[in-house]
Ligand binder design. Structure first.
Ligand SMILES: N[C@H](CCC[C@H](N)C(=O)O)C(=O)O
Length: 260
């Protein structure tokens, strides 16, 4: 059958997005998704997203990792599907959509920045040189220096596949403080099993763990290989964060169709 898609990217994290409101793509197999995301044999993407009907809200986001498996929440994908919805006839001042981790509110500013509300974080595990938290997807966050020249693939992979994390997998973020409220983040993504240009739930986790953050309102600027993002949040205490917004551009790249 023919699979019609649009390609979107949010700070270089790229996604195949298909409108599934007619339910033509309900039966995509793991192998098909993996093939479509393959950069040599398919379209190429870090993940595939279906826009499904929702009875109660604007739409549902169904996210698959590039390896074909159903993923958890994807922050950059969430920003991209909001822009996709806006570009493809679902025009609203603000959106509420369903995703793997529950409901998300979003809006697009006049400067074309997609502001995506993330779910509150209620638990953080702190260790000597890293922390683990779930911002819709599980993240390992390690602050350090020399992130620009780090071997993110090798070091990220070693952590993702170590005894603690290998079963469920984890996304591994290496973070460096660049200035006041400004960090640089590189991420090894589970499900892509490689470094991506940017990871939305990853930069969110990294921002929440900014060492000099304060109780109350925070605003962190994030540089990634794929561009700049901004995360604002309210810190309640070391374990609890709410009012979290992931903000940045999301753009249409091209459209096409492929036989599956
Ligand atoms: N790129 C995504 C993360 C996808 C999550 C996925 N890699 C996983 O945890 O399985 C983001 O922007 O948040």
């Amino acid at each position: 059958m023919q699979f019609d898609f649009l390609k979107y990217q949010g700070t270089g994290n790229d996604f195949i997005i298909a409108d599934n409101r007619k339910q033509l793509y309900n039966e995509l197999s793991t192998e098909t998704v993996r093939h479509l995301c393959d950069r040599k044999f398919g379209i190429g993407a870090d993940g595939l997203i279906l826009l499904n009907n929702s009875i109660t809200h604007d739409f549902e986001m169904q996210y698959f990792n590039a390896d074909g498996n159903i993923g958890s929440m994807c922050g950059n994908g969430g920003r991209c599907i909001v822009q996709f919805a806006h570009d493809n006839g679902i025009v609203k001042d603000s959106y509420v959509f369903e995703a793997a981790d529950g409901l998300h509110e979003a809006n697009i500013t006049q400067q074309k920045i997609v502001q995506l509300k993330m779910n509150p974080v209620n638990a953080v595990q702190y260790f000597n040189d890293y922390s683990v938290l779930n911002t819709g997807s599980p993240h390992y966050v390690s602050y350090g220096v020399g992130v620009k020249n780090k071997d993110v693939f090798a070091e990220g992979k070693a952590i993702r596949y170590n005894e603690t994390f290998s079963k469920e997998g984890i996304n591994v973020n290496f973070v460096e403080v660049m200035g006041a409220n400004n960090i640089f983040v590189r991420t090894y993504e589970r499900g892509v099993e490689n470094e991506t240009a940017s990871c939305g739930t990853g930069v969110t986790a990294a921002a929440l763990m900014y060492p000099q953050n304060s109780i109350g309102a925070n605003n962190i600027q994030i540089n990634t290989i794929g561009g700049n993002l901004n995360v604002t949040f309210n810190k309640i205490n070391d374990q609890q964060f709410d009012n979290i917004y992931l903000c940045g551009p999301a753009s249409f790249v091209f459209k096409g169709s492929i036989q599956i």
